[in-house]
Ligand binder design. Structure first.
Ligand code: SAH
Length: 391
């Protein structure tokens, strides 16, 4: 195993359990490291700092797998990590049979994502470092969770960067065409073959519940960026009178009707459209709603895109405020680490000023606990939002 020596400036960061070592934080590294190779990390004073895997092509050149001398990177290591993460979910999440088991760095396994959908697993192997332990990981998942099937949905972009090929396929057991999951008494179809990401936006589970608590009988609800209907279906279950779902993705939109039927919703409309154009038309047509959900994809994947992202939010929030009845509710989310809750609230304040309305913030919302937020890994807090009332 090769050694890597980090600069003094990076030592404190690593000692406080931040697992990313950037290229410019490295003092000495072997030139012929292979992508994914396991390395030992030392300070210039020869203190052991951890074991990690190398990504020579990446700006984040080392991702740390363990900070502890006693641990080796082998099958037992992965099995123990998976067992601990699984146990924690079982303990914390009572009202669902679908949850994320491994959330990459936030579960001490950078590059690996595993979701559980009612006896089936969806897995993403996004780095060469994790790819090297593919068999150990799959075996461990089978031993710890005993799923009926595992479907691989690795992220194409991430893998390409690491020089890995991508295939989406069943890698263990069998996978039905559609899986039905339940969260908080609401049911959803999951189609692993056509879905986005690893199958379903599990990180919004808690927020779907919190927002739906505000729904009253007779409500007209607008679910913008609805994907397969998450927020709108919850609202329907709580007695909303009418729900309009809007998403641009063909495969997502196709499942909304089936999810609505599965939950006995009768009065709804599904629109396949670009939300940016759609909201403008709704304002022109003087439509009004009691509850609007704005849950767009990440507009800022890097910090350079933040300004553009905020402009997009402002436009969407202005139009949503116009579509909202007096005393109506609006819930806004950003799933980009680079847009903070403060940014989101500031831009909402500007939007409220431009539309001459007063707003009351009722809830601050974050990702659910199966997507852990570790204080020592700032990037692990990525989903934030709020619920407001138009006064
Ligand atoms: N609220 C959803 C998750 C939303 S994810 C849930 O609870 O499950 C973001 C969604 O935005 C994706 O489904 C994606 O297809 C959709 N999307 C991305 N850009 C869009 C656009 N310009 N107009 C409409 N939908 C868009």
């Amino acid at each position: 195993m090769k050694d890597v020596v980090v600069k003094n400036t990076a030592v404190q960061k690593i000692k406080s359990f931040n697992p990313w070592i950037y290229k410019n934080e490295i003092k000495k590294i072997s030139k012929n490291l292979k992508s994914g190779e396991i390395v030992r990390i030392y300070s210039t004073k020869k203190e052991f700092l951890g074991l990690g895997y190398a990504n020579p092509l990446s700006k984040i050149t080392i991702r740390i797998l363990t900070f502890f001398k006693e641990e080796d990177i082998n099958k037992e290591f992965f099995k123990k990590r998976i067992e601990n993460a699984h146990k924690k979910r079982i303990k914390f999440l009572k009202n669902t049979n679908a949850f994320r088991i491994i959330h990459s760095e936030a579960d001490d396994l950078p590059g690996l994502i595993v979701d559980y959908f009612n006896k089936y697993l969806s897995i993403q192997i996004n780095t060469a470092g994790i790819e090297g332990f593919r068999e150990e990981i799959i075996q461990s998942l089978v031993e710890v969770i005993n799923p009926e099937g595992i479907y691989e949905k690795s992220d194409e972009k991430a893998r390409k960067k690491e020089g890995l090929k991508t295939e989406e396929k069943i890698i263990y057991g069998n996978i039905p065409e559609k899986i039905v999951i339940e969260e908080n008494g609401v049911h959803f179809f999951i189609d692993l073959k056509t879905s986005q990401k690893t199958g379903f936006y599990l990180d919004q589970r808690k927020n779907r519940k919190i927002v739906s608590e505000y729904v009253e009988k007779g409500f007209r609800v607008l679910d913008l960026f609805s994907n397969t209907g998450g927020f709108g279906i919850y609202a329907g279950k709580k007695g909303a009178d009418f729900i309009k779902f809007v998403d641009i993705s063909e495969s997502a939109v196709l499942l909304i009707g089936e999810n609505a039927k599965l939950n006995n919703l009768k009065n709804f409309e599904i629109v396949k459209a670009n939300v940016f154009n759609f909201v403008k038309e709704e304002v022109e047509n003087e439509k009004k709603y009691d509850l609007i959900i704005l849950d767009p994809p990440s507009f800022a994947k890097t910090k350079h895109e933040k300004e553009g992202a905020l402009r997009g939010f402002k436009y969407l929030i202005i139009n949503s405020l116009k579509l909202l009845k007096k005393d109506g509710y609006l819930s806004v989310f950003s799933c980009s680490h680079h847009v903070s809750l403060t940014d989101l609230l500031e831009i909402t304040k500007e939007a409220a000023k431009d539309t001459s309305v007063r707003v009351e913030i009722l809830e601050h919302l974050f990702q659910d606990i199966d997507h852990p937020y570790l204080l020592n890994i700032p990037m692990s807090l990525y989903l934030k939002g709020f619920l407001l009332r138009k006064i």
